[in-house]
Ligand binder design. Structure first.
Ligand code: F2R
Ligand code: MG
Ligand code: MG
Length: 318
């Protein structure tokens, strides 16, 4: 925070990133698994006076944020320590709606199985390609120094639970998108084509490049339902992270609209809205998120403190 009490631009962006994760998750949670969400149902949820409670997406994002706060460069991700921290968080609050693969891995890690074995054994030895690595990865963008650095750290944070390469690539894509959004100039229109080509370079894989080409074709025109039909909206990384990037690109300067777009697309609404909200609010800063949402968010003080601490780690050029 600045001495005047107002957050600096860096802190506002860091707060945007973490609060975007939390409010997207908490607003989307009521609709997770719905085929699609109509505007009136969503408006009712927005008007409600009840506390906004987040799910596993935010719970694990906060664990990763704390992990990064507790470690200095040059090795901000310690996989052995992080595996235990994630597993302990699941054990502390198992009711937050965890994926079955992650639950199984956390249970085995707490019983002493090395995380790599538990992760590799998941889904009959195939490993998970779920979006759990991507949904928690946003804080990496605050400590990484380049797209290449961010994607390397993202893969290391994801492999603990997602040994399938697509699970890791989803995390790499979301982390790189968050880094680019954080470092974009909110005072100028976002060059969406350049943003997508930087992402394509960061995630060097034909399938993911093809997902990003599809996103490009849908930008500025597709309805949420059409986008979900084309890109997918379930809990697998390849069929959820691209939709989150699209939701951001539809509304890069209006995080509330990016979150609404993601929720209206249905499916894995908490996770896709959380990832889209992180990207948009990282670009604009937290002040563009509705105060009414932030006021209802559980644990908001803790989220803000972690963001402020991580903001001090961001490279001076950011
Ligand atoms: N789990 C949920 N929601 C389900 C219902 C929650 C309910 N409201 C409750 O309270 O209980 N949401 C959370 O899980 C997703 C993140 O999942 P994660 O951590 O990646 O877990 P998992 O199980 O590894 O992967 C998710 C699904 O992807 C499919 N999948 C992954 N790898 C697969 C493979 N090799 N073969 C086949 N399928 C694979 C499975 O369907 C997994 O269940 C987020 O939505 C978060 O919010
Ligand atoms: Mg969730
Ligand atoms: Mg989800």
């Amino acid at each position: 925070m600045t001495t005047s009490g107002a957050p600096s631009q860096t802190a506002a962006k860091a707060r945007g990133l973490l609060f975007g994760v939390a409010v997207g998750d908490a607003l989307g949670a009521a609709f997770e698994g719905a085929h699609s969400v109509d505007g009136e149902r969503l408006a009712q949820q927005e008007r409600a006076a009840t506390q906004l409670r987040y799910t596993d997406d935010t719970a694990l994002t906060l664990v990763l944020a704390r992990h990064l706060v507790d470690r200095q460069h040059p090795v901000p991700v310690d996989e052995d320590a992080l595996a235990l921290e994630l597993a302990r968080e699941w054990q502390r609050e198992p009711w937050r709606g965890y994926g079955m693969g992650s639950r199984e891995i956390f249970e085995r890690v707490l019983r002493g199985t090395p995380w790599r074995k538990a992760s590799e054994d998941c889904f009959g030895g195939e490993g998970s390609y779920g979006n759990g690595g991507a949904m928690r990865v946003a804080p990496i963008a605050l400590v990484g120094t380049s797209p290449a650095h961010v994607t390397e750290l993202a893969a290391r944070s994801a492999v603990i639970t997602h040994s399938h390469l697509h699970g890791q690539r989803g995390a790499m894509l979301q982390a790189c998108a968050a880094f680019l959004a954080l470092n974009s100039d909110g005072g100028k229109p976002l060059d969406k084509a350049a943003f997508l080509s930087q992402l394509s370079r960061a995630v060097e894989h034909t399938d993911w490049r093809s997902h990003l080409d599809q996103v490009h074709a849908l930008v500025d025109t597709a309805s949420p339902a059409f986008a979900a039909e084309r890109l997918g909206n379930d809990a697998a990384a390849p069929t959820s992270v691209p939709l989150a990037v699209l939701a951001f690109l539809q509304h890069p300067d209006q995080p509330a609209e990016a979150i609404r777009y993601a929720i209206r697309a249905g499916g894995d609404t908490d996770t896709i809205a959380s990832m889209a909200g992180a990207l948009a609010a990282a670009r604009t800063g937290v002040q563009e998120l509705p105060t009414a949402w932030l006021d209802r968010l559980e644990n908001a003080e803790h989220v803000g403190e972690l963001a402020d601490t991580l903001a001090t780690r961001m490279a001076p050029s950011q």
